[in-house]
Design a protein around this ligand. Structure first.
Ligand code: ADP
Length: 250
């Protein structure tokens, strides 16, 4: 008689298997999105040439070309975001980052942003942190209805527990209460986002980046209308913060 062997994996082994599967999936995602970029760049360049050489061919041609261009933009954005998502797994390069400098850079690209400074210095991977802030400010602009001037506020302060809380607030379309628990999940788009372009990946990437730094991220309504996004990061140790601020490094 054969004895039936039952496998009884421990919680740690199950977690390790899940980690392996996730790493495999990310490697695959990274490869696929990376390999898609070259053919996509070729198509994008040739569509631009078609527009330049034959743009005057008439309404039908123009309409069809506009559809191709719109879908290409979506495909380019999605490919880039999948690549960014897979990359959030790479090693963190932590150093003191004065938020005044980083936020200053981002704000120059987006009119209508008010910064309540001075802002503290955090211990973070500057490339990944720039990605988070770019995404949150970009969303605040994007989800402000056309024809309305964006009113975006950024503030940050150090809390008693040694973490820094950063807030990005807007007066845009707001977040429906039902969507709040899911909005940081990959591909989730809120019920009121119809008509606004997007892939639903940006906030998932932000969450992964913030959590890799040991922080938390969330969103809620802004009193008076709009949304308020926040995240936490470790503060830079006081001595390094002063050095970094003194030299204005990023
Ligand atoms: P998307 O590419 O769709 O903008 P995100 O992951 O950045 O993807 O955001 C997920 C969803 O959260 C969006 O589709 C939108 O419904 C909602 N959202 C994000 N930022 C804002 C904001 N500032 N105001 C209102 N809704 C927002």
């Amino acid at each position: 008689m054969r004895t039936k062997l039952t496998s009884c994996p421990t919680a740690a082994a199950t977690a390790a298997q899940a980690d392996d599967r996730e790493s495999e999936l990310r490697a695959l995602m990274m490869m696929a999105s990376h390999d898609l970029r070259n053919p996509l760049a070729g198509i994008t360049a040739h569509v631009a040439m078609l527009r330049e050489d034959y743009g005057e061919l008439g309404e039908d041609f123009d309409r069809d070309l506009a559809v191709i261009e719109r879908n290409l933009r979506r495909l380019n954005r999605l490919t880039q975001e999948l690549l960014d998502c897979a990359r959030t797994d790479s090693e963190l390069a932590l150093r003191p980052v004065p938020l005044d400098d980083l936020v200053g850079e981002i704000v120059t690209d987006h009119p209508g942003v008010t910064v309540s400074g001075p802002l503290p210095t955090v211990l973070a991977d500057v490339t990944l942190l720039r990605h988070v802030l770019d995404n949150l400010v970009g969303n605040a602009v994007k989800y402000t209805p056309a024809g309305t001037a964006p009113q975006i506020g950024i503030r940050a302060w150090t809390r008693a527990d040694g973490t820094v809380r950063v807030e990005v607030s807007d007066r845009g379309i707001g977040i429906p209460a039902d969507d709040r628990p899911k909005m940081f999940d990959a591909f989730h788009r809120c019920a009121n986002s119809t008509g606004y372009p997007g892939t639903g990946l940006g906030l998932d990437i932000c969450r992964r980046i913030v959590e890799r730094h040991g922080g938390r991220i969330g969103a809620g309504p802004r009193p008076g209308g709009g949304s308020r996004f926040w995240f936490t990061l470790p503060a830079a140790p006081a001595a390094t913060a002063r050095t970094a601020e003194g030299h204005g490094q990023l």
